[in-house]
Ligand binder design. Structure first.
Ligand code: MCA
Ligand code: AMP
Length: 505
């Protein structure tokens, strides 16, 4: 089989001087230049002692060089481990302790804070948003590597950490087979090819930005208009020169806020894709009314890459995520018994296919508990497949908040709050938020004297990445519990449903 790296090399051979990365105000980068960068970085990785199977952890800003580091890691048979730059030092301590990488690459501005990590077993290098750093210097001095470590479909390509319901983050191990098969399925399904010009405004440390958007361009020969972050006005300006946008629902909520979004500004675009969180059916319809274009909603998960998609040709239904991608099987099962359910009934969404990950790094028991004996992976999402064949997600069986496309597991936030002085207990919930879909919100009970909500938010700042921190903290006398003593989060969500109605903050 061919890996994403193999496909990229072949495409670069054909595309040569064609632009791969276009960036406002900066020089374009061609496929040939990118291939050269990858080969030099592969040489630098070898010089640093990265061998097949070694992990390369990268907590770096978005840049073409960061994508080159990903491809170079695949070339030498390494396992790429991207990390959100928003993670704090204590969060990074855990990932490095768990994954034991051979190399950790950080931003030059953060180098002093990470210097203590360097040892015989772990090299620490830097790479900045401008593409400069100690790793770039090493690459410039290295002998470019053209040879490629051979990898099969079951060999490991990447680890992506996802938080867990028990508090400990889990490293989802994705294979070359997972990445290649999913990219190919999406290229076919969305008719994506070298003629496309993709507005890439997503972060590249998650599946959506790296394994969906970037992989599709790297393999097909399309051009990426590569933006460091999403800005609705900038995206609308760029639509005249682009064909496809891939985004989380917050992108579409923000685009709809602009009076400039209309048929004319979107006329050259052939596809708008949404995923990572539920797209409001009203946004789906409003987008169509304003632009004449139907957003194509799809469904995926870190552990499974993309699972289902609305069709390119055929009805794109608001509130539905479409049909399983070719080669992938989706079924709905009873929450209690695991028995498959007939069409139209609501149950757990389970998935099987070449897209499904190998397991959690160093967690065989956790892995086993999330698979059925017949190989189906239990997503933890609740859904139904109607007689029309479309999958609809109706809720989650897992305690999870999705804020602006980022997953936040309440348990992790609750543990951080409960450890603060003066706190008796807490419950963290997601409440409807016009911009982010859901906003992380903490309901806290004081031990005895009163508690200052602002002091709680300030105390969390050093421990948790910004997107996990509660937007609001509410202090209450007690939490509602059921007869078993379990906190009733549904009741809390109902009680505080209108909290963010007035403002975004
Ligand atoms: C930024 N902030 C956030 C978020 N993003 N807080 C909560 N949730 C967020 N998502 C914080 C900032 O640190 C800032 O805090 C304040 O909120 C306002 O920031 P703002 O400028 O509005 O944010 P932004 O930079 O415009 O970012 C919003 C965003 C971004 C564009 C929605 O979060 C984003 O790009 N999300 C995409 C995430 C993603 O790629 N998910 C895919 C996961 P302060 O003011 O205090 O500094 S992969 C996945 O889920 C599966 C596999 C799938 O199906 O794809
Ligand atoms: P993550 O663990 O970050 O990969 O997030 C995966 C989760 O995002 C899924 O289990 C779903 O709960 C959610 N998700 C992804 N795409 C969609 C979608 N189109 N609609 C609803 N939820 C989605």
């Amino acid at each position: 089989m061919q890996t994403i790296h193999d496909h990229f090399t072949q495409t670069a051979e054909v595309m040569q001087g064609k632009t791969l990365f276009e960036r406002p105000g900066q020089p374009d980068i061609s496929f040939a230049r990118m291939r050269d960068m990858v080969e030099r970085l592969a040489g630098a990785l070898t010089d640093l002692g990265v061998s097949p199977g070694d992990r390369v952890a990268a907590q770096i800003e978005k840049s073409p060089e960061a994508i080159a580091l990903y491809l170079a890691t695949l070339q030498v048979g390494g396992i790429f481990l991207p990390l959100n730059p928003a993670y704090t030092g204590s969060e990074i301590d855990y990932f490095i302790g768990d994954a034991a990488p051979r190399l950790f690459v950080c931003d030059p501005a953060e180098a002093a804070g990470h210097a203590h990590r360097a040892s015989d077993a772990l090299a620490v290098e830097t790479l900045g948003a401008d593409g400069q750093g100690s790793l770039t210097d090493r690459a410039a001095a290295a002998t470019p590597r053209e040879d490629v470590h051979p990898c099969g479909p079951d060999d490991r390509a990447a680890i992506l950490y996802t938080s867990g319901t028990t508090g400990r983050s889990k490293g989802a191990v994705l294979t070359h087979g997972n990445l290649t098969s999913n990219t190919q399925a999406l290229l076919d399904c969305w008719r994506f090819d070298a003629n496309d010009r993709l507005i890439h405004a997503l972060p590249i440390f998650h599946t959506h930005g790296l394994f969906v958007a970037a992989n599709m361009a790297l393999v097909s020969g399309a051009t990426m208009i590569f933006l460091t972050k999403f800005d609705a006005d900038q995206a609308i300006d760029l639509m005249a020169r682009a064909t496809v946008l891939m985004g989380v629902p917050t992108f579409y909520t923000r685009l709809l806020k602009s009076p400039r979004l209309d048929r004319q500004t979107t006329a050259g675009m052939r596809l708008f894709v949404s995923g990572s969180a539920p797209l409001l059916a009203e946004d789906h319809r409003a987008f169509h009314d304003r632009t004449g274009q139907m957003i194509l909603e799809r469904y995926g998960m870190t552990e499974t890459c993309m699972i289902a998609s609305n069709p390119y040709e055929g009805a794109r239904i608001a509130g539905a995520v479409g049909m399983a991608l070719p080669g992938i099987t989706v079924r709905i099962t009873d929450r209690e018994t695991g028995t498959p359910l007939p069409a139209g009934e609501i149950g757990l969404i389970e998935v099987k296919g070449p897209n499904v990950f190998q397991g959690y790094w160093n967690m065989p028991e956790k892995t086993a508990s999330e698979f059925r004996p017949d190989g189906f992976f239990i997503t933890g999402d609740l859904g139904t497949i109607e007689a029309d064949g479309y999958l609809r997600i109706v809720g989650r069986d897992k305690d999870l908040v999705i804020s602006g496309g980022y997953n936040v597991y309440p348990k992790e936030v609750e543990e951080a709050i409960d450890a603060l002085p003066g706190v008796l207990e807490s419950a963290v919930i997601g409440l409807p938020h016009a911009d982010l879909g859901e906003a992380v919100t903490a309901i806290v009970v004081a031990k005895d004297a009163s508690l200052d909500p602002d002091a709680i938010r300030a105390a969390l700042a050093g421990h948790l990445a910004r997107f996990k921190q509660p937007k609001r903290v509410i202090v209450v006398d007690q939490l509602p519990r059921n007869v078993m003593g379990k906190v009733q989060k549904a009741e809390l969500r109902r009680l505080h449903a209108g909290l963010y109605d007035q403002a975004h903050a």
